[in-house]
Design a protein around this ligand. Structure first.
Ligand SMILES: Nc1nc2c(c(=O)[nH]1)N[C@H]1C(S)=C(S)[C@@H](COP(=O)(O)O)O[C@H]1N2
Ligand SMILES: [Mo]
Length: 399
């Protein structure tokens, strides 16, 4: 961690050094904006070979998952920041659990980093996927306008998360048996949008989910959480939209009545013609997707056999089958699934293809899960472009 800390200091100092006319080698020129391997507010380097920077966020290049295993290395994992990564110190960190949902006369309980680590540790392999992953495909594939970060398919990653069960944390704090909701909140800066200060990122979680499989994670892939992914502690809410997995966890409200925040009322609900006036219920579980580990617009040689690879996942049930089409959806054949399907995880798959005719081509893939969910041809539009689940039409050129 000290190395990261001095790196951050160096970044903060860079504009001053530049103003003196002697930027150190590799320092960003503030006039040119962030250099391509940095994003405002993100601590880790974002090599352009692996990331596309989108505002305060960084999307993983999906095709580069090809050389990763079932788990995404932390230095390749996408970052979704409403504001910027706070650099916190575990020694000063406290988790405050408070609210009318604690029993007895308690109103607030503080848990330190040591106490958190003293709770029985569990490790869970889980995907974190932004609700808006695939959002740009509403426009590019369906011709429908949507608002929000125009992610392609790389706002998702899988990791081994180690931490305490949220249920153990809540019981330690004294959650009452009639509590109905909890609301975790981050320690990053308040989110200001359209002139309104919405406060710190927070979103209610029903008690049933909170006590089921949620963890307060302090390790990612065997290492302390990186700053950008929530150090010293974050929630990991398996199978749910990424925003539920609050980073830099600072406090949790426990309530005997329903809770809400802009992240449950204005965002992360479906709005639009196909949905109830006033919007759907707040989004919970993610959806299902499959994709090729190839850049959009890649060129493949004609007359050769290509070993195509991809990934498929469903938040609703383990993957059952993946099919591919190399003729724009006219015919389908099974892909070979490489990994044993498990709930909450993705599988790698392969399919070979020997294109003959030169020219533009479209590759498709389609996942079916064990509950019988299948990727549809079209996703149902919603104004903020959440939960894109349709079969992706992957453009290529055969040369
Ligand atoms: N405190 C806090 N937690 C947060 C966010 C945030 O901006 N602040 N972004 C959320 C969103 S929208 C997503 S998709 C995930 C992304 O997690 P990652 O950046 O570790 O990939 O974190 C969630 N947790
Ligand atoms: Mo997200």
């Amino acid at each position: 961690m000290p190395a990261r800390r001095s790196l951050l200091k160096a970044l903060a100092a860079a504009p001053v050094l530049s103003a003196l006319g002697a930027p150190p080698a590799g320092a960003a020129d503030p006039a040119a904006g962030p250099s391509p391997d940095r994003a405002p507010g993100i601590v880790k380097p974002l090599p352009p070979a692996y990331f596309t920077v989108r505002g305060t966020n960084a999307e993983s290049r999906f095709e580069t998952f090809r050389d990763t295993g079932r788990v995404t290395p932390a230095d390749r994992f996408f970052v979704r920041n409403h504001t910027s990564t706070p650099v916190l110190d575990a020694a000063d960190w406290r988790l405050t659990v408070w609210g009318d949902g604690l029993h007895g006369r308690r109103t607030s309980v503080e848990i330190g980093y040591g106490q958190l680590r003293d709770l029985p540790p569990v490790t869970r392999t889980a995907l974190i996927e932004c609700a808006g992953n695939g959002r740009s495909l509403y426009a590019t594939q369906q011709g429908e306008p949507v608002s929000g970060t125009p992610w392609t398919l790389g706002a998702v990653g899988a990791a081994h998360w180690r931490g305490a069960r949220l249920s153990d944390v809540l019981r330690l704090a004294g959650i009452a048996s009639d509590a109905v909701a909890v609301q975790p909140r981050g320690l990053d800066d308040p989110y200001v949008t359209g002139g309104a200060d919405l406060g710190r990122v927070r979103r209610p979680l029903p008690v049933a989910k909170a006590l089921d499989d949620v963890i307060v994670a302090y390790k990612m892939n065997g290492e302390p959480l990186p700053y950008d992914h929530g150090f010293p502690a974050r929630l990991v809410v398996p199978d749910w939209v990424g925003v539920a997995s609050v980073k830099w966890l600072g406090d949790i409200e426990v309530s005997r009545g329903p809770l809400s925040s802009p992240w449950s009322t204005d965002f992360y609900r479906f709005f639009g013609e196909a949905h109830p006036a006033g919007g759907s219920a707040p989004l919970g579980p993610q959806t299902l997707k499959s994709a090729y580990e190839l850049p959009f617009g890649a060129s493949l040689a004609a007359g050769r056999t290509h070993h195509l690879t991809g990934r498929a996942w469903s938040a609703l049930a383990p993957v059952r089958a993946v099919e591919v089409s190399t003729d724009g959806g006219g015919t389908w054949r099974p892909a070979r699934i490489v990994d044993r399907p498990r709930s909450g995880q993705w599988v790698r798959w392969t399919a070979s293809w020997r294109p003959t005719a030169a020219g533009p081509a479209t590759l498709l893939s389609r996942v079916t899960d064990a509950a019988g969910n299948v990727q549809p041809e079209r996703a149902v539009h919603n104004t903020q472009g959440y939960l894109f689940n349709a079969v992706v039409r992957h453009p290529l050129t055969v040369e």
